[in-house]
Design a protein around this ligand. Sequence first.
Ligand code: NAD
Length: 546
Amino acid sequence: MSYGFSQVPTPINDPIRAYLPGSEERASIKTELERQASASVEVPMYIGGARVTTGDLHDIVMPHDHQHVLGRWHAGTADHARQAVEAAEAAKDDWANLPWEDRAAIFLKAAHLLKHTHRDRFNAATMLNQSKVLFQAEIDAACELVDFWNFNVHYMARIYGEQPPVSPEGQWNRLEHRPLDGFVFAVSPFNFTSIAANIPTAPALMGNTVVWKPAPTAMLGAYYIMELLEEAGLPKGVINMVAGPPAEIGDAVLNDPRLAGIHFTGSTATFEHLWQQVATRLPSYRSYPRLVGETGGKDFVFAHPSADPTTVATALARGAFEYQGQKCSAASRAYIPRSMWPTVRAQLEEHLKTIKVGDVRDFQNLMGAVIDARAYAKHVEAIGQAKGMIGDAIEEVLGGGHDDSKGWFVQPTVIVANDAQAPTMTTELFGPILTVHPYEDADFEATLELCDKTGPYALTGCIMARDRGAVATAVERLRFSAGNFYVNDKPTGAVVGQQPFGGSRKSGTNDKAGAILNLLRWVSPRTIKETFEPPTTVPYPYMSEP
Ligand code: NAD
């Protein structure tokens, strides 16, 4: 029995829980946080359904309390990567031939389990291992991931329903939306549990088998994702999770001629490296691998003189500092009219004083720690450099405190740049550091041009203005400056099904995660024409006379 594709209803977004004082949900997440903080998990690799351990153990720590070990993960080698490829290939035919409803049901069930029984587990793991405060964990590890799985099933059905509109009398034309002819290499970043899960599951949903390499700093979430997928009924070998030295694992996987695609989210440098590796090996591949990558950003807030200064200051604080600026969409540069800057500056300074940074288990903190010692060192260096440039390219630095004695804490920081091309206006830092360039009010259009031409990225950005003409001008002039553009809103917080996410230029291939456009990259359609009464003569009727 098979159901019509149109019978998959449009999902609704998973509502965000409030966790208000005194609520049951608040008590429940606190219990789970305590449980995970006092437990010690051992995270294996998952190859062909087997849990593979190597004894090469690496700590899973809390960034806000880096001596606190939450567990350990087993690192593998190139051999494990090759085994994972073989396991993916072995599982491929059965998975691709499974009716689409059965594949769909696994991910719908995963969404259901996450929403109801695994929510606290996912949120607590994301809070403790990635240092997200409760609200940030809830919108990522719970809501966005539930949405990814539910909406992707809906989009899958729409893709399968897409058929040639014309089949003349005596013919039937069909499109078979096959999976790719090989396996997919899925590589995910540390900063979103939902992205970590979507990276391997989007290709898998479309009938592909996958080798998944999660980020070493987000292994607790990766572990719970694999355990949940198994509980939801994902067959062995469909998603094979390998961990270990990234270049060694990556090299072994890319060496295989059956590589059919890469689903990547992470930095521009890593994606370019992978792309170059694929390019060098191109003649050896069976097909042209699909390369899908969502990468870095230098996302902007652009205020017009007509904007409301309070809205601008709020958008800057929320957009730049939530999750310590470690969202690919985080506001990290801003263009503010000179006339408005003193008001916005005063409000921002107030926000810097009141924003609390600390352990994510204290619900009063708006920010936790940055992900690891390397990120901390990078942010501290950038702040130091900016301070050294005061009086020249830099006007002043607000905030800028840091302390790594217990956790990798970087205080929210605002760098005011006279020079619109100062290093922190152009380089992605991926931390709670915002650079503001105050511009002359009369130079609105020239500054839009400058914004468009600054840096290599084009991920997110926003225009804040009450003047409709200014909004229209900015929408037009910044057409290629961001793949996700906002009007009078901060440039973060895209919601699945509402604002498909992705950028262009050096921000990625813009294949819009959580949208039909992304899933289309994981199918390789076959056209089937069937003729009911094939011709029996070679000459055409008009040839019967000269
Ligand atoms: P990263 O590039 O350091 O790592 C991403 C993944 O690539 C990790 O799993 C890492 O281990 C792996 N990797 C690194 N070198 C590899 C190699 N040679 N072969 C195979 N795998 C390799 O990025 P990150 O620090 O985890 O994440 C932060 C970056 O991700 C930022 O630049 C951010 O803008 C970007 N990001 C973008 C989006 C988006 O949608 N555009 C979303 C989230 C994060």
